[in-house]
Design a protein around this ligand. Sequence first.
Ligand SMILES: Cc1cc2nc3c(=O)[nH]c(=O)nc-3n(C[C@H](O)[C@H](O)[C@H](O)COP(=O)(O)OP(=O)(O)OC[C@H]3O[C@@H](n4cnc5c(N)ncnc54)[C@H](O)[C@@H]3O)c2cc1C
Ligand SMILES: *[C@@H]1O[C@H](CO)[C@@H](O)[C@H](O)[C@H]1NC(C)=O
Length: 656
Amino acid sequence: MHPAITPRGSRVASWSVVLTSLVLVARYAYSRAGKRGEYPALLGNPAAAARRIRRGEEEYDFDEYDVVVVGGGTAGCVLAARLSEDPSIRVLLLEAGESSVENTFAIVPAAYSKLFHTQWDWELFTVPQTDADSQVRYWPRAKLLGGCTCMNALIFHIGAPEDFDEWVRLQKGQPGAEQWAFKEFNNYIKKFETFHSSTDYPQVDSSLRGTSGPVQTGHFGHVSKGTRKFIDACAKVGLARSSDVNTHRGTMGVTKASTSRFLLTFISPNGRRVTTESAYLTSEVLARKNLKVITHAHVTRILFDKSGPMPRAVGVEFSHGKGQKFRVKAKKEVVVSSGAVHSPQILMLSGVGPGDHLTAHGIPVVADLAGVGSHLMDHIVIDLNFRDKTNSSLACLKGESFAHSLSFMKALFEYRMSGRGPLSSNVAEAIGFVRSDDPALFPPSEYPERNYEDTSSGPGAPDIEVFYTPTGYLKHGMVSMGPQHYFAVHGVLLRPTSTGTIRLKSADPHEPPVIDPKYLSTEHDVAVLVRTARLLARIANTQPLASMLDPVGKDDALLDHTFHELDEAAVAEAVRRKAETLYHPACTARMAPKDEGGVVDPFLRVHGIPNLRVVDASVFPTIVSGHTAAPTIAVAEKAADLIKAAISASRLRSSA
Ligand SMILES: Cc1cc2nc3c(=O)[nH]c(=O)nc-3n(C[C@H](O)[C@H](O)[C@H](O)COP(=O)(O)OP(=O)(O)OC[C@H]3O[C@@H](n4cnc5c(N)ncnc54)[C@H](O)[C@@H]3O)c2cc1C
Ligand SMILES: *[C@@H]1O[C@H](CO)[C@@H](O)[C@H](O)[C@H]1NC(C)=O
């Protein structure tokens, strides 16, 4: 931890007021949602759906499904619901966490950071980042049905259309590559969405949005006063307004720079967070006879039959409660959907991964695949925090003073009555996209010649994102800055060239893997973030946002009121110190040819093991230039169609 960053003040007392009130409001508001325990498909007791393993038992005589999905997160819930639409496919979904639909912090939009460091978080950390001030970094990951859609910042963004055309190029002509082109893939984005238009945002062309999918999107949420000032300041600096950053027209608009509160959120019309559990595992879906969902089921390995010419996935082993072990059989397919950290870990524990690494841990190799856990990519964010003298922040949500607790009560009342107000804020209320080679934003007179590669996915796609929060935070909110009002501007490196790894710490499936994103290990990444940070400082010091700056902030070492005075080298140093995750790890089981470090083919099948698929953010061939939840949901929608087609083809073959 940097010496300047030390905790201040105690938050415990007012915290309990905030927490208790939140629990009460959600209990009340959503008591109609129904108890999860009522649904026959959702099982707390695995013995009803799986075979307990006794000592020494090795035969494959256990409960049988057609498809077993490992991980009930963002992608897993989509798969379970879509696959079980076909009553002839018996589906089992295994999730290490519990249901999220009655969890207050996974319901009230502004409450998501309250899930950090709890039983609903995997509590992961990177190894010390050599090129980023040698600090470890905290990586929140939800351990809940619905996965990170229960914990994320609710921004609905699909990336740039060019991102998906790039996915096709990276397949180097493998069969099936073309189906990922944006023109095709966009059908799956639309398939999951029901867009609610708003008279406040008439610019959005709703004919380009989805109309009948399970996931509700719209402009729901809160817009703070500072958010509008941020958008106006961005316009002055040269980021033109854009009405919708989510269409085939691209994210940036004609000026190649845009900013928008007109961002869409995963928030329902009544102000509730939309997760893939709440959207896909509805009571109707959970009533299906061919679907079982087991929670608190920690998958420890995939089982293979190695007697044929190619290994076949035949089942899955999981633990439940205090060391009880269970097995289930997958007749057709096993699908790994445990996210970019745990999917590669489970593959490696099962013998699928870099041969030398597996052997070193005493794991018999089923398939030697160097790409598993390699090519880890993530988005880094730089946060600049400022004191807000207009008192227009979301400080009341922090509950760090008595006055805030009072305004919190007011916010609670508003949320209860209308689903609106500060509690419905997704916190990151406005986003914008720019290119680091835009001469209007980075004039050659002020910036050294750009001698690094253009990593954007195309000329119309960005490599930098900026966003605004009507609150400040350090270390994901774990370090208190005090009860005053703050705002912050943030910049994201969308197209890094640093890539890292997920590796096993040990062969123990309950030990977290070694996470090393190798942040800022290339000059490119530092150079783009230096431009990003300087742009952020400029926006903060531009009117009308600048009018919010409280001069007392100048004397606070935790704040960035003097950031714009730093020289190039000092900004680079600050970037290395400030770099944090924007929570988008991806690409650790990427879709690419095997000799290019790929793990899955364009049908998401693991190379060499045709009935084992990976479906989640790990399969991204490279990271999208936007947020990762929507592309992950669309990947899962597409995968469900691929799996259904494969199962009906195999049935046709066996009946012929
Ligand atoms: C704090 C935060 C903010 C974010 N903000 C945004 C945003 O605003 N917009 C956006 O688009 N994206 C955002 N993201 C990123 C986005 O939510 C994720 O990229 C996406 O949800 C990942 O989906 P996934 O299916 O790959 O993994 P997950 O959703 O993480 O699903 C993996 C699931 O597998 C389970 N699992 C893991 N190991 C095992 C095991 N051994 N056995 C059984 N189950 C297991 C996990 O519990 C989890 O439920 C954010 C993420 C975080 C954490
Ligand atoms: C903001 O709050 C502080 C402390 O309560 C108060 O002194 C100040 O006058 C307020 N400013 C505005 C603009 O309301």
